[in-house]
Design a protein around this ligand. Structure first.
Ligand code: UDP
Length: 242
């Protein structure tokens, strides 16, 4: 039982205060949502698996010199993180066309993009998390020109680190979503989580377009074996010797 005050409950995590005002405790839930929470469910063991995957990836990213909010994991489904003001943007990086990129552009699923595509979506459920242009970002004062450049370059660096890491796991990083926050020193930190909930991950060498899926698309598209897929990602992540 956590005796500290719960300060936020999101779709996949609960954030609580700790004795230290600069530190929050994130509890990873088994709950899963998709399509702006129109589809809801539970994935057994997901909280634990995602917490462990995210912890491992944050540590790897930190070791490459990119600051994150990760501190440590006091329990398998709990992560201590630095308190930040979340920038209300979903920063999406794509290496291969999938999801909304295909729906909105007609680019066929699986097309390898000539260079990573970085996109900004407004984190606002009521508006349906719309795709933003650079000018809209500035108009809405969601970020300054400098911040946009910083977020973009950090996203590209993180993509390189994750792409290489997942390759060692025998997994292709198709795309992913990250979020950033600003700490009390005005430093931009990678925040939220990186997990099969927020990435598209395809098993290398598996030609079947359904069997290769190791991420939340299994839930979105009712492909079954969701727990097995998430567990497989964790096992592969833990097995990597960097
Ligand atoms: N994504 C996410 N949360 C969101 C929307 C997207 O984690 O609210 C991730 C998604 O899992 C995928 C990437 O961001 O890895 C790109 O998602 P896309 O824009 O294709 O949207 P989708 O079709 O998945 O809703």
């Amino acid at each position: 039982m956590n005796r500290h005050q719960q300060i936020y409950e999101g779709k996949a995590k609960v954030l609580s205060a700790t004795d230290d005002p600069d530190v929050l405790l994130a509890y990873f839930k088994d709950d899963a949502t998709a399509f702006n929470a129109q589809k809801r469910g539970t994935i057994a063991g997901k909280g634990e698996i995602n917490c462990q995957i995210a912890a491992h990836l944050f540590k790897s990213i930190e070791s490459h010199g990119i600051a994150t909010h990760y501190i440590d994991c006091p329990a398998v489904n709990e992560m201590r993180v630095k308190s930040v003001q979340i920038i209300p943007l979903e920063v999406v990086v794509r290496n291969i066309a999938a999801g909304s990129l295909c729906q909105q552009t007609g680019i066929p699923l699986g097309t390898i993009l000539p260079a990573p595509l970085v996109e900004f979506f407004y984190k606002d459920d009521a508006l349906g998390d719309p795709l933003l242009t650079r000018d809209r970002l500035l108009l809405m004062e969601l970020a300054t020109v400098d911040q946009i450049d910083t977020l973009r370059s950090k996203a590209i660096e993180i993509n390189l680190i994750l792409q290489n890491f997942f390759k060692l796991c025998g997994i292709t990083l198709v795309d992913f979503k990250i979020e950033f926050g600003v700490d009390k020193h005005q430093q931009i930190l990678l925040a939220d989580e990186i997990s099969p909930d927020s990435c598209r991950l395809w098993l290398i060498g598996e030609p079947d377009p359904n069997l290769r899926v190791l991420d939340k698309d299994r839930f979105r598209r009712d492909l079954g074996n969701i727990e097995d897929a998430y567990q497989q990602v964790l096992s592969r992540v833990l097995g990597v010797k960097e």
